[in-house]
Write a protein that binds this ligand. Structure first.
Ligand SMILES: NC(=O)c1ccc[n+]([C@@H]2O[C@H](COP(=O)([O-])OP(=O)(O)OC[C@H]3O[C@@H](n4cnc5c(N)ncnc54)[C@H](O)[C@@H]3O)[C@@H](O)[C@H]2O)c1
Length: 260
């Protein structure tokens, strides 16, 4: 059997929805999927930001639309999914990359803060999988769902308690859907990035924290968002088709492999 790597990784003819697509990592995921040939729907809470990312993709020759939707609202996700199908005819790839974070000390975490983080990071992914997963099952041609997890999903990371719990839940959700949806040829995987400076972690990355992280990262540096592009394209494409499902792929400069 001969392999043609360029075809294996091609996303020509595919349609991708990226939730949190106007964020630091999300916008790179959009560009990566679009560069591999997919049509891209950038979904974010702000219409303006989603539109700006879609416009910059279009300037690079990528077919893209920006859609405003709060991913904690099922009705908004359904409207977003309908808009994508109306525009592009189908949905093959879903990337779940919404995220909020906080380093509030454990005993000071309020119920409201807990709920906000769990809703933004986990309920959103549950709802998006219901809405877009239903669509993929009805299309009958399989699909790829990529949930953005985190190094904090286990073993637990200091400071970011609720965030870590939400990401641990996301790993379980990923494996659960992988086993349930394998018969439909829908692959469900998680990508766990290490540390990439972004909006949601800006406040928690003090100089001391960064020094701790770098001491614990064999590669000795933070990640560049573009370093996640290859993994996203691989997981979305035929290169991972068939047998890659229920996996947690860590891209973290070796952070998770490090002990003293
Ligand atoms: N940056 C890192 O080091 C890192 C590491 C591990 C995991 N992650 C994860 O990567 C993903 C992207 O985060 P980022 O680092 O690019 O941060 P970011 O703050 O730049 O992007 C997060 C995006 O999620 C959007 N969002 C939040 N709640 C939403 C909601 N209810 N509906 C729709 N959109 C919503 C925000 O508007 C923002 O655009 C998140 O899931 C985050 O937890 C990031």
């Amino acid at each position: 059997m001969k392999f043609a790597p360029s075809n294996l990784f091609s996303l020509e003819g595919k349609v991708a929805a990226v939730i949190g697509g106007s964020g630091t990592l999300g916008s790179v995921f959009c560009r990566a999927l679009g560069s591999a040939g997919a049509k891209v729907a950038v979904i974010g809470r702000s219409e303006e930001k989603a539109g700006t990312v879609a416009k910059s993709l279009a300037e690079e020759g990528i077919q893209a639309i920006g859609i405003a939707a709060d991913a904690t609202r099922k009705d908004r996700l359904e409207a977003a999914c309908d808009a994508i199908v109306e525009q592009f005819g189908r949905v093959d790839i879903l990337v779940n990359a919404p995220g909020v974070n906080s380093s509030t000390p454990f005993f000071e975490i309020t119920e409201d803060e807990w709920q906000h983080i769990m809703d933004s990071n986990l309920k959103s992914v549950f709802l998006a999988c219901q809405v877009f997963g239903r669509r993929m099952i009805d299309q009958g041609e399989g699909g790829s769902i990529i949930n953005i997890s985190s190094a904090s999903s286990g073993p637990p990371l200091s400071k970011v308690f609720t965030y870590g719990v939400s990401k641990a839940g996301l790993n379980n959700l990923t494996q659960w859907l992988a086993r349930e949806w394998a018969p439909y040829k829908i692959r469900v995987n998680a990508l766990a990035p290490g540390f990439f400076p972004a909006e949601q972690n800006r406040k928690s990355l003090s100089p001391e924290r960064v020094a701790d992280i770098l001491r614990h990262t064999p590669m000795g540096r933070m990640g560049e968002p573009e370093e996640l592009a290859g993994t996203i394209i691989w997981l979305a494409s035929d290169a991972a088709s068939g047998f890659v499902t229920g996996a947690l792929i860590r891209v973290d400069g070796g952070f998770s492999a490090m002990t003293i």
